[in-house]
Write a protein that binds this ligand. Structure first.
Ligand code: HAM
Length: 426
């Protein structure tokens, strides 16, 4: 028996009946992102594994458990499929000295990301993100944080995502993060034995992650602490400005002190957007500020960089907007030769139609093609017009033009048929 292969676990084929959904979504995304002045960047789907380890943090789940590393006998060792886009964009920003070319680089990307997660609804090993990153020298402004969040919300609205809810928080500056971390350790130390086993480990490795633990016991301990996190006045002022700008723009949000995000590079503003109908994996997008990462990856020490971005999950957007269903495809014209002898004429007509922007196809088979079969195929292809070449048509230099929508049929001179179709397609 010949082995049949299946798509790898946690990945899926996007079949032709579904791909129009993706096409429309990507088209809308590009339109909106360009409206805000973002330009597309395409980086490789794999990078030096240490880029991810350095950027996302050794203690993050993504690095710890989910990196899909590439094994190769050649020099290509130490590579991993990208689990997200930010690290690669910053790598490229620094490598190509984009800061010499522009004060603020507004970049976006659309493409597959890879994480070795346990697959479930809305959680895949290969998934797709629409991401945006704004990186620049001396570019830290609360309005940029607000613009980023507004743009993410606008994208979700444009995609028809139902009930998007925005949560925001501030992790403070790097110094704040260090202070908060030390303070949390002190506080959690008093309750260490009451923390769940995973949080006992987090206590050692990344104490921030205790804040978003779902365990009821941990939640109780966390509840009283999150109100008193020692955020500096400067960081609080900055966060207040972001909130004011969002309020002015009419964007509803909830301040969520538990929101810490799983990736190490964040400082100051972080946000997450959830939507209805997704079950437990309900985040359609997330992001935040990560200004320190540019230096971490070799940016000019003398420059004060600001950086912020987000990524939206395409599969979850399609689920949350009810667009994960198939769409019937269609074609403008289906050319039918009633006899093999007319096939070359039909083939020539196809080329003329396409040259004038009319999508067209015909039946390809080396056996004799029955008229009925060809009409069935035209129907199945959702062709708007069937162009039939029979004995009379060949003799008179005409085409029998059948409008499949209306059901009418007329004889049209072969020279006029393209113009005729074009008029009706408008
Ligand atoms: P993230 O929260 O890891 O952030 O992912 C962003 C979004 O990608 C999630 O909200 C979710 O919609 C989608 N996503 C993540 N993992 C999966 C998965 N296994 N299956 C399906 N969808 C998934 C980042 O990736 C950051 N790079 C965002 C960012 C950009 N921060 C600053 N700039």
């Amino acid at each position: 028996m010949i082995k049949k292969f299946a798509v790898p676990r946690g990945t899926s084929d996007i079949l032709p009946d579904l791909s129009p959904r993706w096409e429309i979504l990507e088209l809308k995304a590009r339109q909106v992102l360009k409206m805000y002045g973002y330009r597309e960047i395409r980086t490789p789907i794999y990078e030096d594994v240490n880029l991810f380890k350095r950027s996302l943090g050794q203690t993050s789940d993504v690095v710890n458990k989910q990196l899909l590393e590439l094994k190769s006998a050649s020099e290509d060792e130490g590579l991993a499929l990208r689990p997200e886009g930010t690290a690669a964009v910053v790598r490229s920003y620094v490598e190509n000295s984009l800061d010499n070319k522009e004060a603020l680089s507004k970049l976006f990307y659309i493409g597959p990301m890879f994480r070795g997660e346990r697959p479930q609804k809305g959680r895949l090993r290969q998934f797709h993100q629409i991401g945006a990153e704004a990186i620049g020298s001396n570019s830290t402004s609360a309005y940029l944080d607000a613009e980023m969040i507004i743009m993410a919300m606008n994208l979700l609205k444009e995609f028809g995502v139902q009930g998007p809810r925005l949560k925001i928080n501030s992790l403070g500056s790097r110094e704040d993060k260090a202070n908060i971390s030390a303070w949390l350790r002190g506080e959690f130390a008093k309750h260490k034995s009451e923390l769940c086993p995973q949080c006992q480990e987090r206590f050692e490795r990344n104490v921030f992650r205790v804040l978003d633990c779902k365990n009821e016991g941990c939640k109780k301990i966390v509840a009283s602490l999150v109100k008193n996190l020692p955020l500096s006045n400067d960081s609080q002022d900055y966060f207040n400005k972001v909130q004011a700008a969002l309020n002015d723009a009419g964007i509803a949000f909830e301040v969520a002190p538990h929101l810490v995000r799983g990736l190490d590079y964040y400082t100051h503003t972080v946000f997450e957007i959830t939507a209805d109908g997704l079950g437990s994996q309900d985040a359609v997008g997330a992001g935040g500020r990560y200004s320190g990462l540019v230096h971490e990856l070799g940016g000019n020490e003398r420059v004060d960089y600001g950086a912020i971005g987000f990524a939206l999950g395409v599969e979850r957007i399609l689920l949350a907007s009810g667009q994960s269903t198939e769409v019937p495809s269609s074609i403008d014209a289906y050319v039918i030769a009633m006899d093999e002898a007319y096939e070359s004429k039909a083939f020539g007509l196809l080329a003329q139609l396409r040259a004038k922007g009319i999508s067209a196809t015909m039946t390809f088979a080396d056996t004799f093609k029955k008229f009925k079969t060809q009409m069935e195929r035209a129907n199945k292809a959702n062709a708007r017009f069937a162009l039939i070449l029979g004995e009379d048509e060949i003799k008179n230099n005409t085409v029998a033009l059948k409008d499949m929508q209306v059901g009418s049929q007329e004889s049209v001179s072969i020279n006029d048929v393209i113009g005729n179709i074009k008029n009706k397609l408008i």
